[in-house]
Design a protein around this ligand. Sequence first.
Ligand SMILES: [Zn+2]
Length: 174
Amino acid sequence: MNDNNFAGNSKSTVDFLGNVWNYDCMGCAISRGDIKIPGGIIYEGKYTILGADPEIPIPGFFIINVKRHVNSFSELSKEERIEIGNVIVYAEKALKELNIVKEVTLIQEKRSKHLHIWIFPNYHWMNEKFGKGITYLRAISEYAQKNVNEDGIKETLNIIEKTRKYFNKYNINE
Ligand SMILES: [Zn+2]
């Protein structure tokens, strides 16, 4: 995982199921459905798509992809902002109520050319092994990529499925 790739700015990627995807912009490719997110879309609204991070198999690591090609909150419409807020609320509620994780870290990097927000779960093993705080998220991500096994993939897919079911129970924009 090089630095460009980390911000979603590379031109191709291998997802955690081993599929190779080529694209001009990963966010646009996800919006169009040209990239099939591993485990499938968790929630699709009018303006956003919620799914797992395609590259990093950590159970409950989700990405909110804004459908439109913008790279800043300042470019968003009111409707887009509201939907993003609602997706964050329900993703966090799902992770807590399904007893997946109690704490998450939200990240949006402007150096990524297509706006997406990371919802990064905070597990005990991460604190133990790396320490707490955003400094360690890259190291944790690389570790998860390198050390994943079949059970880890299964668990990641299982959490995706559970979270999708959770989203299906609600109208998140009400
Ligand atoms: Zn884009």
